[in-house]
Design a protein around this ligand. Sequence first.
Ligand SMILES: [Zn+2]
Length: 296
Amino acid sequence: MTNDVESFSITKNKLDPDTAREVYEIGLPRLLDVYARHDIKCTFYFTGEMAELVPESVELVTEHGHDIGCHGYDHSHDRAFDSMSLMEQTAELEKAKNVIGEIAGRIYDFRAPALRINESTIRALEQTGFNTDSSIASQRFDGPLTFGSKRKLKWLVAPRHPYHPSYDSVVKKGDSKVLEIPISAFIPSYIGTTMRVSPLILKVLEKFLFVESRRTGKPIVFLFHPNECLDASSGITPVRRADNPIEYIFADVLRHALKSRNLGVKAVELLDDVIRRAKDAGFEFVTVQEYRRIAK
Ligand SMILES: [Zn+2]
């Protein structure tokens, strides 16, 4: 189970300091309670900004025995990792790592905001002491319903098993020291959004992933956000983020309507079901660092 902790408000469709507080006061406690009841440990990827705004949120998660990773510095749309140079990415990672590390100690796990990485990201991660990445969603395809969707087409050819990416292509096996642990997907992805938009589609995908994992030993990676545990607030007009009209209709309007389904307590219940089904099927839960040790 992996969790991205950021100040993004799903209802408002923007980064928002008030949401950072709500994630700490409402979202995280609800989520940590689910994991505690099932007695499982996971990895929480924090943005540097979240750690700066509410340092107590990082403490709360470490107190519960989970691992802390890095989810970039500020998650802003115009500072996506795949749009930055190697030097910029290294600086961004250094900055986020210092803020988060001051509270959590040394961190090794990374997931890019909006899952946007390029070849320089792998080098930048090595240079800043990270040893895992989980930003590739092999065989995920969501058409125009995402930002940076053209670049994400390369996910269709990415290996399904954890791998060391090559320095020339993040979706090819190579010699880098970073272990890429892909987010589980097969057209739809195994994430909180799919779970909330269509619990049925998630279950069908899950059946496939369970069979595949039993056959090949491939780990199953679920992605969730504590902000999904916040109740939807009504009467708020979402912010427009896209510039061109097509991207606006799909990535902003449609995507926002879908992403707002089953938020809050309902999301917590659905997540509880996901964990219960995996436990019933005999799966064990480990953190990303624990998996890295097992894989070695
Ligand atoms: Zn994120």
